[in-house]
Design a protein around this ligand. Sequence first.
Ligand code: NDP
Length: 324
Amino acid sequence: MTRIFYEGDADPGALEGARVAVVGYGNQGRSWALNLRDSGLDVAVCVRADETREQAERDGFTGQDLEAASDADVICVLIPDDVIPTLPVRPREEALTVVASGYTLAFNRFDPAGDQGMVAPRMLGPEVRRCYEEGVGFITAVGVQRDVTGQALPRLLALARAVGGLRQGAIEMTPMQEAVIDLAVEQALAPALQQVYGSFVQVMLERGIPFEAILTEIGLSGEMERTMRLVRLEGYAAQMEHHSPTSQYGQLSRRDAFAHLDVASKMREITGGIESGAFADEWDAERDAGYPVLTALKEQHVGAAVRELEADLRRRLGEFADRA
Ligand code: NDP
């Protein structure tokens, strides 16, 4: 049975008197530092002495060097995953080190002494702050990777609560489980959806339907986005009533039309490469080579030509259309 933790499951006393170091002051780091401080914790921000540190100091934090995090009781490591292994931070055996993504712990890229845990918000970094301020919180994945002190889980839950991550519920997962689903969404689900959209565009173009109309249907109108929002707010079943009877019949009667396609096999293959660490090795090699493949792929799929096409469409249709 999956455990889901709420605020009542956390004892803030588990972190009483604890010195918390937030390493990094970017998307997640800034939000975490502000939320933790507003929750009453003693927070120092450990970053390189650059513009980032100045911003932390403008926000009222004491800016410290990265190495200074080694002395803290709780160390929140909030810098890009491919940089984490290079950090000059050496936690004590009694410390708890927390990451916001399971990746580095799951694939043995990071192995600090002491307790190791994950508090992974299912939310973009800046929104972690906004959701805290609004009081709504966000869903989180939490998990202990190593418990040396016997206090890893209570301390992790107290930290998750202070970040605002227990208000909507935190799903207990291992860092490996979190890393697998996170990467599988990117590598298996997103490309599968791209293929589906691509096929749809092709079939509609074959019928002479204007490209503008096709892109309107699959994104520009915002209808799909709002439908997904209703699925989240009301549930798939309840939101179905907002569709016309023709639409309901069409959707439900053709529901299994593609069931014969074996999409799952390719998804298993890709997910296997994630679980085995093969993808992590590939990504390390790409980083070490200076990201040549990523650069070429970005130019090909989301480069200047695509941006211009989208900008042109946006100027002519939708919320940002130039109506003059
Ligand atoms: P950012 O890219 O925003 O991190 C920027 C911070 O990292 C800055 O403080 C920067 O310092 C520091 N940094 C970058 N490179 C180095 C380096 N070589 N040495 C020291 N410090 C460095 O990261 P995110 O907040 O996006 O991600 C942090 C963690 O949160 C990751 O584990 C990520 O997977 C996870 N996460 C992120 C989400 C998101 O919405 N972005 C969502 C959920 C989890 P400087 O300015 O000095 O370079």
